[in-house]
Ligand binder design. Structure first.
Ligand SMILES: C[S@@+](CC[C@H](N)C(=O)[O-])C[C@H]1O[C@@H](n2cnc3c(N)ncnc32)[C@H](O)[C@@H]1O
Length: 176
């Protein structure tokens, strides 16, 4: 579902900026499918865990080729995107925190780490606005399935998964 959301197709592997990297799980999935990824995480402790994870993965024979496609940038994505220099990312992927309750043990465990450090990312509308201004081809926002869209421009359509939804904000077709 995430592959379809960012526009991966035969002969299409977009350059993606994951502007809410967290621990890099979604970015890893996209890198493993062949996308060149830039990642930004603003929470210093989570950013440090991600940096350490990427460094250790780079030493691992099996995953080194995948993490070679993952470049970690520092700072707040809103500022980084507003001051972007050079070629813009084709796709910008956003997965900001959303105040919701999930029952699975996995989510609970992750949320025990994230929630107290990160809060609820109330500036998500500014993040979306900056992403829409920068991405050349599309912006994708991951939301809990029943959650409202981020305030601001509305997506053209959405892909529904079991627990998540991907809101798609297209700008230009991705071509092989
Ligand atoms: C739900 S988590 C993302 C999980 C990630 N998709 C994964 O697969 O691991 C949201 C993360 O986005 C980060 N974040 C939110 N707004 C941000 C911003 N403006 N700049 C950088 N990071 C941001 C938060 O600190 C948090 O770690």
């Amino acid at each position: 579902m995430i592959a379809k959301a960012v526009g991966i197709a035969q002969g299409v592997r977009p350059r993606v900026l994951d502007a809410t990297a967290g621990l890099g799980k979604d970015a890893f999935v996209l890198a493993s499918l062949g996308c060149e990824m830039s990642l930004i995480e603003r929470q210093p402790l989570i950013g440090a865990l991600l940096e350490d994870g990427l460094a250790r993965a780079a030493e691992d024979f099996d995953v080194a080729p995948i993490v070679a496609r993952m470049k970690l940038l520092k700072g707040n994505s809103i500022d980084v995107m507003r001051n972007w220099e050079g070629e813009p990312p084709q796709v910008i992927y956003l997965d900001p925190m959303f105040p919701h309750r999930e029952k699975t043990a996995l989510v609970k465990k992750e949320m025990r780490l994230f929630r107290p450090l990160v809060g609820d990312d109330p500036d998500a509308p500014a993040l979306l606005e900056a992403a829409l201004a920068l991405a050349s081809h599309r912006v994708v926002v991951k939301r809990p399935r029943k959650a409202p869209c981020i305030d601001g421009p509305k997506p053209s359509h959405a892909l529904d998964g079991k627990s998540s939804r991907y809101d798609i904000y297209p700008k230009k077709a991705l071509k092989p």
